[in-house]
Design a protein around this ligand. Structure first.
Ligand code: FAD
Length: 196
């Protein structure tokens, strides 16, 4: 369902995706955020490494990130530039190997991690976020699959959500980057029911 007359929106989940969308629609809709945990940002959003990488992800993800860049800077979310070391693995043994390698390669002394801590990144099958109305569920709107780049694309996805919820065309600056609603729409994964 696409409606230009939506007045009330219930956002399920108080992570960066839900909260940024809630902020984007708040000027024109009455919005309620439902979060089942004791506080906001409890899951993936509480694990973010706070990185913004323009080269991360496929072409569409990179376009979404680049489209967010200036708003992130203008919003005061980019405090400083810093380097980053990517370490893979979430099991205790992998963490121990990672610590050993860091200590061998650098002068850092990490010792024993007090809390092995992992978070899940939710990817869609094509590793591109999913945003748009579900054609099978009237009034249900998807904003998911932010994978490992949920923060750096969040402001653009929230803008997109705000226009798609109202059935409006995409802003020119996004279409100029090759971003289309079709490439993000949930129906790209929905195969037509087999005819009897
Ligand atoms: C270790 C790690 C490092 C990362 N580093 C970066 C980074 O440097 N830069 C970057 O851009 N991205 C990074 N990411 C990715 C980013 O954190 C995620 O893409 C983003 O947080 C996803 O946000 P979300 O709101 O979709 O999910 P979440 O933060 O998981 O939020 C979903 C919320 O929905 C709630 N919920 C679920 N079901 C219900 C329900 N039925 N009712 C009520 N509430 C419900 C959950 O409790 C949760 O709070 C990283 C991720 C991980 C795991």
């Amino acid at each position: 369902m696409q409606s230009k007359s939506i007045q009330k929106i219930v956002v399920i989940g108080g992570g960066i995706a839900g909260l940024s969308l809630a902020a984007a629609v708040q000027p024109w809709a009455e919005v309620t955020v439902l979060e089942r945990e004791p506080h906001l940002g409890y899951h993936a959003s509480g694990r973010s490494a706070a990185l913004f990488s323009e080269t991360y992800g496929n072409a569409l993800v990179r376009a979404l990130s680049l489209a967010s860049r200036q708003a992130i800077i203008d919003g005061g979310f980019a405090a400083h530039r810093r380097g980053a070391l990517h370490v893979g693995g979430v099991e205790d043994s992998a963490a121990a190997i990672a610590v050993d390698r860091i200590e061998q390669a650098t002068s850092l002394r990490i010792g024993r991690p007090s809390t092995p801590w992992a978070g899940l990144r939710t990817f869609s099958p094509d590793r591109t976020p999913v945003i748009g109305f579900d054609p099978r569920l009237p009034g249900f709107f998807w904003l998911g699959g932010q994978g490992g780049y949920g923060f750096q694309v969040s402001l653009t996805l929230a803008r997109l959500g705000s226009v798609l919820l109202r059935g409006q065309p995409l802003p020119d600056d996004l279409t100029a980057r090759g971003i289309t609603s079709a490439a993000l729409a949930p129906n790209r994964f929905i195969t037509p029911a087999a005819t009897p």
